[in-house]
Ligand binder design. Structure first.
Ligand SMILES: Nc1ncnc2c1ncn2[C@@H]1O[C@H](COP(=O)(O)OP(=O)(O)OP(=O)(O)O)[C@@H](O)[C@H]1O
Length: 255
């Protein structure tokens, strides 16, 4: 499925700059993702992909530049600011609690509670509702698990990634940012996660996919953002560029 060229830009950045001492991580970087597209972000090591994503997800405050969500300037002082604005990020560590159940992980930090008398907040957790809603959320995205009550430590790498992506999709209103979601996975599990990413996009969410895996990028992405030396070197429709050309822009060579 390709995204209409006139789809609205949902998340945009202009002139993002970030310096760590003498190192310029972001150098006037621009960024655009349209509603309902999969945008891949590629770039060599140190090109500033993580820094860009951290700025867009509230994990880092840029020194300069502007971020707009649906055309409105936003300032994210923390990841929870970005989450409240509808942007969910899955980092490589997945931020799952291994000893807790799948349902508990889906609602980690956003637990549903019953109203009730004073006392420990844990007494107010609405576990049946969380389990129901977690099962529905996973089923809707086609993430298969044996039981919603099994602990995350019993899952395979691909299933864990699936839980983390499903959690972000369940709570995101605009954008899901995925940092190397297939990096640690085998072929079969990668395929499962790639399918899941398409289903997330098919819900109308924008997906920003940071990846070093060029075949995955070319298989999934509507457009490719090529990051080089701290800035966006190119933003291209995937169908208009070859893998060799993309790598050439990434590395500063010629195709
Ligand atoms: N907290 C930090 N302190 C100092 N330097 C940093 C910090 N974060 C990033 N950098 C530097 O900024 C530059 C861009 O790093 P960044 O991690 O954003 O690149 P990247 O494209 O994600 O790289 P990789 O693919 O290797 O993860 C690098 O030179 C990096 O060493």
């Amino acid at each position: 499925m390709s995204v209409p060229r006139d789809a609205a830009t949902v998340l945009q950045a202009r002139g993002l700059t970030k310096q760590y001492g003498q190192v310029v991580a972001l150098d006037q970087a621009d960024f655009d993702v349209r509603a309902g597209e999969i945008l891949a972000v590629i770039g060599d090591n140190g090109a500033g992909k993580s820094s860009l994503i951290k700025a867009l997800s509230g994990a880092m405050r840029p020194d300069a530049g502007e971020i707009r969500l649906d055309g409105t300037p936003v300032v994210f002082a923390s990841p929870s600011d970005a989450r409240r604005a509808g942007i969910e990020t899955v980092y490589q560590d997945l931020a799952l609690a291994p000893a807790m159940s799948i349902a508990e992980n889906l609602f980690l930090g956003r637990e549903l509670r019953r109203g009730g008398a004073l006392g420990s907040v844990f007494r107010w957790l609405d576990r049946p509702r969380m389990q129901r809603e977690a099962a529905d959320a996973l089923q809707a995205l086609g993430v298969n698990v044996r039981s919603i009550t099994q602990t995350v430590e019993t899952l395979s790498g691909g299933q864990r990634q699936g839980i983390a992506v499903a959690r972000s999709a369940a709570f995101a209103r605009h954008v899901v940012i995925l940092d190397e979601p297939t990096a640690a996975l085998g072929v079969r599990e990668s395929g499962m996660v790639l399918d899941l990413i398409q289903r997330v996009r098919d819900r109308g969410l924008s997906v920003v996919l940071i990846s070093h895996n060029m075949p995955h990028v070319f298989q999934l992405a509507d457009r490719i953002h090529i990051q080089r030396l701290g800035r966006r070197a190119a933003l291209v429709d995937t169908k208009d560029i070859s893998m060799a050309e993309a790598v050439a822009i990434m590395t500063g060579g010629t195709a």
